[in-house]
Design a binder for this molecule. Structure first.
Ligand SMILES: [Mn+2]
Length: 387
């Protein structure tokens, strides 16, 4: 049904929080860190190649935290911009500066590449293909008081059109990098705070809010009455006689009327911190298509989360007053060997973090030996000794 008339259908890739440069050792001699940092580039490289070549996406949205730092080292800039340049040869890319870039993407001249569009200020771009017109509105990460400022920022972004369009867009996407009330990480739901945005403050004229910042993939619905919108699909309708797009529910055709924006966090493309060790990582493929029927035209959207393999992570807590060091070491060695068995050939089998309490200085040398053992098994071991 979906692919019947491909002339009126388009696809996009939505990914976010690539954090290029995190855990990266620029010197390849630091093998294990170089490997872990490189995974972040390799993964996005695969995602770009697969979605552009096989899935034939028409454009790419990046939800921010492209880099891990606002001033990334030259090697990190080189590796990540070559990915952008490759992808932009085929499709346009739209990027939001996130909090890790301090709301400003250090991409220099890349900003002036024809196919690379950066929301360096609140503004809107138009993407159009085969008579489907999409308005992409976005703004850099709001660092303070997002809750208070959000309405006026969105309003100015909507009005500030880089590509002006005289006809109404069929589909409106808001791209941003913010916390939204109700978004979740493990054991925590964001609710209050000067930077937590209420979804009811996002105008219902947006069909999709594609946002970065929270590293866990999730879909939220706005606070508008929800009518028959399933997990990943909702519809809006054009009235054929008047030509108007309808945003208000009608009694007779409720099911086809668009009512609320879907809010989507694609999550990060790789596990950035131990907090994410149980999260699936991946990207989102969005599909927008138009169905013409005798009495009405409907615009449809599908969102699909595609998981990619993520680095194995383990977290161990040692209290040396409760368990002697030699036993804890044995546990750790077993953990490391298990990880190696899961990934026997991978240059990085996983990452283990050990948090140690009640250690005394006589323990230190035995603890530091463990790093070598981990590295021999292609595991990155980080240790924190607490007083
Ligand atoms: Mn992030």
């Amino acid at each position: 049904m979906v692919d019947k008339d491909p002339r009126r259908m388009l696809k996009f890739l939505f990914l976010s929080d690539t954090h290029f440069g995190v855990h990266y050792a620029v010197n390849p001699r630091n093998k294990i860190r170089y490997q872990y940092g490189s995974q972040f580039f390799n993964k996005v490289d695969e995602i770009f190649r697969h979605t552009i070549r096989e899935r034939k996406v028409d454009f790419i949205l990046h939800g921010g935290d492209f880099f891990n730092r606002s001033k990334p080292p030259p090697d990190v800039v080189k590796r990540s911009t070559s990915l952008l340049l490759w992808a932009s040869k085929y499709v346009p890319i739209y990027l939001i500066p996130g909090n890790h870039e301090r709301s400003k993407l250090p991409l220099g001249l890349l900003e002036y590449q024809e196919n690379i569009h950066i929301f360096s200020k609140p503004c809107s771009f138009i993407y159009e293909k085969d008579a489907i017109r999409i308005k992409l509105t976005g703004f850099p990460y709001i660092r303070h008081h997002g809750r208070k400022k959000i309405k006026s920022v969105i309003r100015s972004a909507w009005k500030n059109e880089i590509d002006s369009v005289h006809e109404r867009s069929h589909y409106n996407i808001l791209l941003m990098h913010q916390l939204i009330q109700g978004s979740r990480v493990e054991h925590y739901t964001f609710n209050r705070g000067h930077n937590v945005i209420r979804s009811s403050d996002i105008p219902p004229l947006f069909h999709l809010v594609a946002t970065g910042h929270v590293h866990r993939y999730q879909i939220l619905y706005g606070n508008y009455p929800r009518i028959n919108s399933s997990h990943s699909r909702h519809r809006i309708v054009q009235d054929v006689t008047s030509g108007k797009w309808s945003f208000t529910p009608s009694k007779t055709e409720r099911v086809f009327y668009y009512t609320n924006p879907i809010i989507c966090y694609s999550g990060s493309t790789e596990r950035v911190s131990q907090m994410e060790r149980k999260e699936d990582k991946g990207y989102v493929i969005g599909k927008i298509w138009i169905e013409e029927k005798t009495k009405r035209t409907s615009v449809n959207m599908d969102l699909n989360f595609i998981p990619v393999p993520a680095t194995e992570m383990r977290y161990l807590k040692w209290n040396l007053d409760q368990k002697p060091l030699y036993k804890s070491i044995r546990d750790l060695q077993m953990t490391i060997q298990e990880m190696r068995e899961i990934n026997p050939t991978s240059p990085l089998a996983g990452v283990v973090h050990v948090s140690i309490t009640n250690a005394d200085t006589s323990h230190y040398s035995r603890i530091s030996h463990l790093k070598k053992f981990a590295e021999e098994n292609s595991v990155l071991l980080t240790i924190r000794i607490k007083d």
